[in-house]
Design a binder for this molecule. Sequence first.
Ligand code: SAM
Length: 383
Amino acid sequence: MAATRNERRPAGKRRRGAVCGRASTGARGPRLIQGDCIEVLSGLEEGSVDAVVCDPPYAIGWQNESWDAGAIREAAARHGHGRLSKPEAFEVWCSLWGAGCLRAMKPGAFLLAFGSPRTYHRLAAGLEDAGLEIRDTLMWLYSSGMAKSRRYPDGRRTALKPVLEPIVLARRPLDGTTEETIAVHGTGALEAEACRVEGRLPGNGLISHDPGCAEGSCAPGCAVGLLDVAAEGGEGGTVPQLAPSRFLYCPKPTRAERDAGCEDLPETFLNLLPNASRGGMVTNPHPTLKPIDLMRWLVRLACPGGGLVLDPFMGSGTTGVAATLEDRRFCGIEIDKNYLGIAAARIRHWGGLGANGSPCAASSSARPPRTRSRRAPAGQPRR
Ligand SMILES: C[S@@+](CC[C@H](N)C(=O)[O-])C[C@H]1O[C@@H](n2cnc3c(N)ncnc32)[C@H](O)[C@@H]1O
Protein backbone atom coordinates (compact mmCIF):
# COMPACT_ATOMS: atom_id res chain seq x y z
CA MET A 1 0.00 0.00 0.00
CA ALA A 2 1.13 3.52 -0.66
CA ALA A 3 3.27 5.11 2.01
CA THR A 4 1.86 8.31 3.42
CA ARG A 5 4.47 9.45 5.87
CA ASN A 6 5.90 12.22 3.75
CA GLU A 7 2.79 12.85 1.76
CA ARG A 8 0.93 16.06 2.40
CA ARG A 9 -1.87 17.52 0.36
CA PRO A 10 -0.64 20.90 -0.99
CA ALA A 11 -2.52 23.81 0.56
CA GLY A 12 -3.87 24.95 -2.82
CA LYS A 13 -5.40 21.53 -3.49
CA ARG A 14 -7.27 21.10 -0.25
CA ARG A 15 -10.61 19.54 -0.89
CA ARG A 16 -12.38 20.40 2.29
CA GLY A 17 -12.13 23.95 3.49
CA ALA A 18 -15.34 24.09 5.43
CA VAL A 19 -15.29 25.03 9.06
CA CYS A 20 -17.24 22.30 10.73
CA GLY A 21 -19.25 24.47 13.11
CA ARG A 22 -22.55 24.18 11.27
CA ALA A 23 -21.90 20.86 9.59
CA SER A 24 -24.18 17.92 10.03
CA THR A 25 -22.91 14.41 9.41
CA GLY A 26 -24.06 14.92 5.83
CA ALA A 27 -21.89 18.00 5.23
CA ARG A 28 -18.60 17.89 3.29
CA GLY A 29 -16.24 19.26 5.93
CA PRO A 30 -15.01 17.09 8.81
CA ARG A 31 -16.97 17.41 12.00
CA LEU A 32 -15.00 17.00 15.22
CA ILE A 33 -17.11 16.88 18.35
CA GLN A 34 -16.02 16.96 21.96
CA GLY A 35 -18.07 14.81 24.30
CA ASP A 36 -18.94 11.35 25.55
CA CYS A 37 -19.78 9.39 22.42
CA ILE A 38 -22.68 7.59 24.07
CA GLU A 39 -24.37 10.98 24.49
CA VAL A 40 -23.19 12.53 21.23
CA LEU A 41 -24.14 9.55 19.04
CA SER A 42 -27.79 9.88 20.02
CA GLY A 43 -27.80 13.36 18.44
CA LEU A 44 -26.31 12.35 15.09
CA GLU A 45 -28.53 12.06 12.06
CA GLU A 46 -30.07 8.59 11.92
CA GLY A 47 -28.92 6.33 9.06
CA SER A 48 -26.35 8.86 7.79
CA VAL A 49 -23.03 7.06 8.34
CA ASP A 50 -21.46 4.82 5.67
CA ALA A 51 -18.84 3.22 7.95
CA VAL A 52 -17.59 3.30 11.53
CA VAL A 53 -13.83 2.84 11.90
CA CYS A 54 -12.64 3.08 15.48
CA ASP A 55 -10.11 2.19 18.14
CA PRO A 56 -12.07 2.19 21.41
CA PRO A 57 -10.61 1.79 24.90
CA TYR A 58 -9.79 -1.86 25.58
CA ALA A 59 -10.63 -1.78 29.31
CA ILE A 60 -7.19 -2.95 30.36
CA GLY A 61 -6.18 0.13 32.34
CA TRP A 62 -3.71 1.24 29.68
CA GLN A 63 -1.05 3.56 31.16
CA ASN A 64 -3.44 4.25 34.05
CA GLU A 65 -5.71 6.25 31.73
CA SER A 66 -9.12 6.53 33.41
CA TRP A 67 -10.84 6.27 30.00
CA ASP A 68 -9.45 2.75 29.76
CA ALA A 69 -10.58 1.64 33.20
CA GLY A 70 -12.85 3.28 35.79
CA ALA A 71 -14.68 5.53 33.35
CA ILE A 72 -16.10 2.49 31.56
CA ARG A 73 -17.59 0.99 34.71
CA GLU A 74 -18.95 4.37 35.76
CA ALA A 75 -20.59 4.86 32.36
CA ALA A 76 -22.23 1.41 32.55
CA ALA A 77 -23.51 2.25 36.05
CA ARG A 78 -24.82 5.65 34.86
CA HIS A 79 -26.87 3.80 32.26
CA GLY A 80 -28.43 1.54 34.85
CA HIS A 81 -25.92 -1.32 34.90
CA GLY A 82 -24.35 -1.18 38.35
CA ARG A 83 -22.79 -4.03 40.36
CA LEU A 84 -21.11 -5.56 37.33
CA SER A 85 -17.64 -7.05 37.16
CA LYS A 86 -15.13 -5.12 35.05
CA PRO A 87 -15.49 -7.47 32.06
CA GLU A 88 -19.29 -7.39 32.29
CA ALA A 89 -19.31 -3.60 32.51
CA PHE A 90 -17.05 -3.39 29.45
CA GLU A 91 -19.41 -5.58 27.44
CA VAL A 92 -22.43 -3.51 28.46
CA TRP A 93 -20.55 -0.29 27.66
CA CYS A 94 -19.66 -1.66 24.20
CA SER A 95 -23.31 -2.46 23.61
CA LEU A 96 -24.24 1.12 24.59
CA TRP A 97 -21.91 2.87 22.14
CA GLY A 98 -22.52 0.08 19.62
CA ALA A 99 -26.26 0.86 19.73
CA GLY A 100 -25.48 4.54 19.18
CA CYS A 101 -23.37 3.67 16.14
CA LEU A 102 -26.01 1.27 14.80
CA ARG A 103 -28.60 4.04 14.90
CA ALA A 104 -26.34 6.46 13.03
CA MET A 105 -25.24 3.87 10.45
CA LYS A 106 -26.98 3.18 7.15
CA PRO A 107 -28.38 -0.33 6.73
CA GLY A 108 -25.54 -2.55 5.51
CA ALA A 109 -22.86 -0.16 6.79
CA PHE A 110 -19.74 -1.77 8.29
CA LEU A 111 -18.13 -1.15 11.65
CA LEU A 112 -14.46 -1.92 12.32
CA ALA A 113 -13.23 -1.73 15.91
CA PHE A 114 -9.81 -2.63 17.32
CA GLY A 115 -9.70 -4.79 20.44
CA SER A 116 -7.24 -6.31 22.85
CA PRO A 117 -6.67 -10.09 22.86
CA ARG A 118 -7.65 -10.00 26.56
CA THR A 119 -11.01 -8.24 26.19
CA TYR A 120 -11.91 -8.68 22.53
CA HIS A 121 -14.59 -11.28 23.25
CA ARG A 122 -16.53 -8.75 25.35
CA LEU A 123 -16.21 -6.11 22.61
CA ALA A 124 -17.61 -8.46 19.96
CA ALA A 125 -20.40 -9.71 22.24
CA GLY A 126 -21.37 -6.14 23.20
CA LEU A 127 -21.57 -5.07 19.57
CA GLU A 128 -23.63 -8.14 18.75
CA ASP A 129 -25.96 -7.37 21.67
CA ALA A 130 -26.38 -3.88 20.18
CA GLY A 131 -27.82 -5.45 17.02
CA LEU A 132 -24.76 -5.57 14.76
CA GLU A 133 -23.86 -8.73 12.85
CA ILE A 134 -20.33 -9.99 13.45
CA ARG A 135 -18.92 -10.71 9.98
CA ASP A 136 -15.21 -11.37 10.53
CA THR A 137 -12.17 -10.84 12.72
CA LEU A 138 -9.10 -9.19 11.23
CA MET A 139 -5.72 -9.70 12.87
CA TRP A 140 -3.09 -6.98 12.90
CA LEU A 141 0.32 -8.58 13.50
CA TYR A 142 3.45 -6.68 14.50
CA SER A 143 6.77 -7.49 16.08
CA SER A 144 7.51 -4.50 18.30
CA GLY A 145 5.30 -5.25 21.32
CA MET A 146 6.87 -5.68 24.74
CA ALA A 147 5.70 -8.24 27.30
CA LYS A 148 4.09 -6.68 30.37
CA SER A 149 5.12 -9.34 32.80
CA ARG A 150 7.30 -9.82 35.86
CA ARG A 151 10.10 -12.35 35.73
CA TYR A 152 9.86 -15.31 38.06
CA PRO A 153 12.44 -17.94 38.94
CA ASP A 154 13.25 -20.54 36.31
CA GLY A 155 12.39 -18.20 33.44
CA ARG A 156 8.70 -18.08 34.25
CA ARG A 157 6.45 -15.20 33.21
CA THR A 158 2.75 -14.45 33.47
CA ALA A 159 2.22 -13.01 30.00
CA LEU A 160 3.33 -13.52 26.44
CA LYS A 161 4.89 -10.84 24.26
CA PRO A 162 2.01 -9.15 22.43
CA VAL A 163 2.25 -9.47 18.66
CA LEU A 164 -1.33 -8.99 17.52
CA GLU A 165 -4.46 -6.91 17.88
CA PRO A 166 -7.81 -8.26 16.69
CA ILE A 167 -10.19 -6.01 14.78
CA VAL A 168 -13.88 -6.88 14.77
CA LEU A 169 -15.72 -6.45 11.47
CA ALA A 170 -19.46 -6.01 12.06
CA ARG A 171 -22.33 -4.82 9.90
CA ARG A 172 -25.67 -3.17 10.46
CA PRO A 173 -28.30 -5.62 9.12
CA LEU A 174 -29.17 -5.22 5.46
CA ASP A 175 -32.27 -3.55 4.09
CA GLY A 176 -33.53 -6.50 2.01
CA THR A 177 -30.90 -8.34 -0.02
CA THR A 178 -27.29 -7.27 -0.43
CA GLU A 179 -28.09 -6.09 -3.97
CA GLU A 180 -31.07 -4.06 -2.76
CA THR A 181 -29.04 -2.53 0.06
CA ILE A 182 -26.25 -1.56 -2.31
CA ALA A 183 -28.78 -0.07 -4.74
CA VAL A 184 -30.64 1.96 -2.13
CA HIS A 185 -27.93 2.88 0.41
CA GLY A 186 -24.61 2.24 -1.35
CA THR A 187 -23.55 0.04 1.57
CA GLY A 188 -23.64 -3.71 2.29
CA ALA A 189 -20.44 -4.92 0.64
CA LEU A 190 -16.75 -4.35 1.35
CA GLU A 191 -14.63 -2.36 -1.11
CA ALA A 192 -12.38 -5.35 -1.77
CA GLU A 193 -11.24 -4.26 -5.23
CA ALA A 194 -9.94 -0.96 -3.88
CA CYS A 195 -8.01 -2.82 -1.19
CA ARG A 196 -6.01 -5.19 -3.37
CA VAL A 197 -2.49 -5.62 -2.06
CA GLU A 198 0.10 -6.24 -4.76
CA GLY A 199 -2.77 -7.19 -7.06
CA ARG A 200 -4.31 -9.73 -4.71
CA LEU A 201 -7.72 -9.52 -3.06
CA PRO A 202 -7.47 -8.59 0.63
CA GLY A 203 -7.33 -11.18 3.40
CA ASN A 204 -8.14 -10.75 7.06
CA GLY A 205 -4.50 -10.62 8.18
CA LEU A 206 -2.55 -7.37 8.41
CA ILE A 207 1.17 -7.39 9.11
CA SER A 208 3.35 -4.54 10.34
CA HIS A 209 7.06 -4.18 9.80
CA ASP A 210 9.41 -3.63 12.70
CA PRO A 211 10.08 0.10 13.31
CA GLY A 212 13.73 -0.58 12.37
CA CYS A 213 12.86 -1.78 8.84
CA ALA A 214 13.79 0.27 5.80
CA GLU A 215 12.22 0.18 2.35
CA GLY A 216 13.21 -3.18 0.87
CA SER A 217 15.13 -4.53 3.90
CA CYS A 218 13.76 -5.81 7.18
CA ALA A 219 15.29 -5.44 10.65
CA PRO A 220 16.31 -8.70 12.36
CA GLY A 221 13.25 -10.33 13.90
CA CYS A 222 10.71 -8.38 11.82
CA ALA A 223 7.54 -10.50 11.49
CA VAL A 224 7.17 -9.68 7.81
CA GLY A 225 10.78 -10.54 7.04
CA LEU A 226 10.63 -13.81 8.96
CA LEU A 227 7.43 -14.87 7.24
CA ASP A 228 8.83 -14.00 3.84
CA VAL A 229 11.89 -16.08 4.47
CA ALA A 230 9.76 -18.98 5.69
CA ALA A 231 7.44 -18.79 2.69
CA GLU A 232 10.38 -18.73 0.31
CA GLY A 233 11.65 -22.01 1.72
CA GLY A 234 14.23 -20.63 4.17
CA GLU A 235 17.42 -18.62 3.59
CA GLY A 236 18.47 -19.18 -0.02
CA GLY A 237 15.30 -21.22 -0.68
CA THR A 238 14.30 -21.62 -4.29
CA VAL A 239 10.65 -22.69 -4.04
CA PRO A 240 8.59 -19.76 -5.37
CA GLN A 241 5.70 -19.11 -2.97
CA LEU A 242 3.45 -16.24 -2.06
CA ALA A 243 5.31 -13.85 0.23
CA PRO A 244 3.20 -12.94 3.30
CA SER A 245 4.33 -9.33 3.10
CA ARG A 246 2.18 -9.03 0.01
CA PHE A 247 -0.93 -9.22 2.17
CA LEU A 248 -0.41 -5.78 3.60
CA TYR A 249 2.48 -3.43 4.11
CA CYS A 250 1.85 -1.23 7.06
CA PRO A 251 4.61 0.63 8.88
CA LYS A 252 4.29 1.61 12.53
CA PRO A 253 3.82 5.34 13.06
CA THR A 254 7.12 7.16 13.20
CA ARG A 255 7.64 10.21 15.38
CA ALA A 256 7.40 12.35 12.24
CA GLU A 257 4.01 10.80 11.40
CA ARG A 258 2.80 11.20 14.98
CA ASP A 259 3.73 14.88 15.20
CA ALA A 260 2.99 16.04 11.64
CA GLY A 261 0.71 19.06 11.88
CA CYS A 262 1.27 19.55 15.60
CA GLU A 263 4.34 21.79 15.25
CA ASP A 264 2.60 24.74 16.92
CA LEU A 265 1.40 22.69 19.91
CA PRO A 266 3.35 22.48 23.16
CA GLU A 267 5.76 19.60 23.64
CA THR A 268 5.04 16.85 26.13
CA PHE A 269 7.28 14.08 27.40
CA LEU A 270 6.27 10.66 26.13
CA ASN A 271 7.96 7.34 26.69
CA LEU A 272 6.23 4.35 25.16
CA LEU A 273 9.29 2.16 25.66
CA PRO A 274 10.32 2.88 29.26
CA ASN A 275 12.50 -0.22 29.49
CA ALA A 276 14.44 0.87 26.44
CA SER A 277 14.78 4.50 27.64
CA ARG A 278 13.51 5.82 24.36
CA GLY A 279 11.36 8.63 25.74
CA GLY A 280 11.38 12.10 24.29
CA MET A 281 9.50 15.32 23.78
CA VAL A 282 6.61 15.09 21.32
CA THR A 283 3.81 17.41 20.28
CA ASN A 284 1.32 14.55 19.94
CA PRO A 285 1.51 12.58 23.19
CA HIS A 286 -1.44 10.29 22.48
CA PRO A 287 -0.29 6.93 23.87
CA THR A 288 -2.17 4.63 21.52
CA LEU A 289 -2.27 6.17 18.09
CA LYS A 290 -2.53 3.91 15.08
CA PRO A 291 -0.51 4.04 11.83
CA ILE A 292 -2.05 6.22 9.13
CA ASP A 293 -1.50 3.58 6.44
CA LEU A 294 -3.35 0.95 8.45
CA MET A 295 -6.31 3.28 9.04
CA ARG A 296 -6.33 4.32 5.36
CA TRP A 297 -6.66 0.71 4.30
CA LEU A 298 -9.48 0.06 6.78
CA VAL A 299 -11.31 3.24 5.74
CA ARG A 300 -10.97 2.29 2.08
CA LEU A 301 -12.22 -1.24 2.80
CA ALA A 302 -15.28 -0.33 4.86
CA CYS A 303 -16.48 2.96 3.38
CA PRO A 304 -17.72 3.51 -0.18
CA GLY A 305 -15.94 6.32 -2.08
CA GLY A 306 -17.06 9.77 -0.90
CA GLY A 307 -18.99 8.23 2.00
CA LEU A 308 -19.07 9.35 5.62
CA VAL A 309 -16.73 7.70 8.15
CA LEU A 310 -17.54 7.97 11.86
CA ASP A 311 -14.96 7.49 14.63
CA PRO A 312 -16.58 7.75 18.08
CA PHE A 313 -13.15 7.39 19.81
CA MET A 314 -11.12 9.77 17.71
CA GLY A 315 -8.07 10.21 19.96
CA SER A 316 -5.46 12.19 18.05
CA GLY A 317 -7.45 11.85 14.84
CA THR A 318 -5.70 9.15 12.80
CA THR A 319 -9.01 7.91 11.33
CA GLY A 320 -9.81 11.51 10.32
CA VAL A 321 -6.43 11.83 8.61
CA ALA A 322 -7.06 8.52 6.84
CA ALA A 323 -10.55 9.58 5.74
CA THR A 324 -9.15 12.87 4.42
CA LEU A 325 -6.44 11.11 2.42
CA GLU A 326 -8.96 8.58 1.09
CA ASP A 327 -11.46 11.30 0.05
CA ARG A 328 -14.11 10.22 2.54
CA ARG A 329 -16.09 12.61 4.75
CA PHE A 330 -15.44 12.38 8.46
CA CYS A 331 -17.16 12.80 11.80
CA GLY A 332 -15.07 12.24 14.94
CA ILE A 333 -16.01 12.26 18.62
CA GLU A 334 -13.46 12.61 21.41
CA ILE A 335 -14.05 13.08 25.11
CA ASP A 336 -10.69 14.72 25.90
CA LYS A 337 -10.42 18.31 24.70
CA ASN A 338 -6.62 18.16 24.46
CA TYR A 339 -6.75 15.18 22.13
CA LEU A 340 -9.50 16.92 20.14
CA GLY A 341 -7.15 19.87 19.58
CA ILE A 342 -4.37 17.53 18.44
CA ALA A 343 -6.78 15.71 16.11
CA ALA A 344 -7.86 19.02 14.56
CA ALA A 345 -4.21 20.04 13.99
CA ARG A 346 -3.34 16.71 12.37
CA ILE A 347 -6.43 16.60 10.15
CA ARG A 348 -5.79 20.20 9.11
CA HIS A 349 -2.19 19.32 8.24
CA TRP A 350 -3.34 16.57 5.91
CA GLY A 351 -5.85 18.88 4.23
CA GLY A 352 -9.04 17.91 6.02
CA LEU A 353 -9.85 21.21 7.73
CA GLY A 354 -9.42 24.64 6.19
CA ALA A 355 -6.69 26.88 7.59
CA ASN A 356 -9.19 28.41 10.02
CA GLY A 357 -11.21 25.26 10.53
CA SER A 358 -11.76 24.31 14.13
CA PRO A 359 -13.41 21.50 16.02
CA CYS A 360 -17.05 21.90 16.86
CA ALA A 361 -16.82 21.11 20.52
CA ALA A 362 -19.77 20.28 22.68
CA SER A 363 -18.09 22.77 24.98
CA SER A 364 -16.45 25.46 22.84
CA SER A 365 -13.30 25.33 24.94
CA ALA A 366 -11.63 22.61 22.89
CA ARG A 367 -8.08 23.77 22.38
CA PRO A 368 -4.67 22.18 22.12
CA PRO A 369 -2.89 21.87 25.47
CA ARG A 370 -1.46 25.25 26.52
CA THR A 371 1.09 24.28 29.11
CA ARG A 372 4.04 21.96 28.95
CA SER A 373 3.28 18.91 30.96
CA ARG A 374 5.36 15.88 31.70
CA ARG A 375 3.76 12.52 31.38
CA ALA A 376 5.27 10.00 33.75
CA PRO A 377 6.93 7.24 31.78
CA ALA A 378 4.88 4.16 32.46
CA GLY A 379 3.29 1.19 30.82
CA GLN A 380 4.37 -0.57 27.66
CA PRO A 381 4.52 0.35 24.01
CA ARG A 382 1.34 -1.30 22.83
CA ARG A 383 -1.86 -2.05 24.55
C1 SAM B 1 -7.41 4.10 21.83
S1 SAM B 1 -7.66 5.78 21.80
C2 SAM B 1 -7.85 6.15 20.08
C3 SAM B 1 -6.55 6.55 19.42
C4 SAM B 1 -6.70 6.88 17.96
N1 SAM B 1 -6.96 5.69 17.18
C5 SAM B 1 -5.46 7.59 17.43
O1 SAM B 1 -4.83 7.07 16.49
O2 SAM B 1 -5.10 8.64 17.93
C6 SAM B 1 -9.26 5.92 22.46
C7 SAM B 1 -9.72 7.35 22.65
O3 SAM B 1 -11.09 7.33 23.05
C8 SAM B 1 -11.32 8.42 23.92
N2 SAM B 1 -12.53 8.09 24.68
C9 SAM B 1 -12.64 7.26 25.74
N3 SAM B 1 -13.92 7.18 26.15
C10 SAM B 1 -14.65 7.97 25.33
C11 SAM B 1 -16.02 8.28 25.23
N4 SAM B 1 -16.91 7.76 26.07
N5 SAM B 1 -16.42 9.12 24.25
C12 SAM B 1 -15.52 9.64 23.38
N6 SAM B 1 -14.19 9.40 23.44
C13 SAM B 1 -13.75 8.56 24.39
C14 SAM B 1 -10.04 8.52 24.75
O4 SAM B 1 -9.86 9.83 25.27
C15 SAM B 1 -8.97 8.13 23.72
O5 SAM B 1 -8.38 9.28 23.14
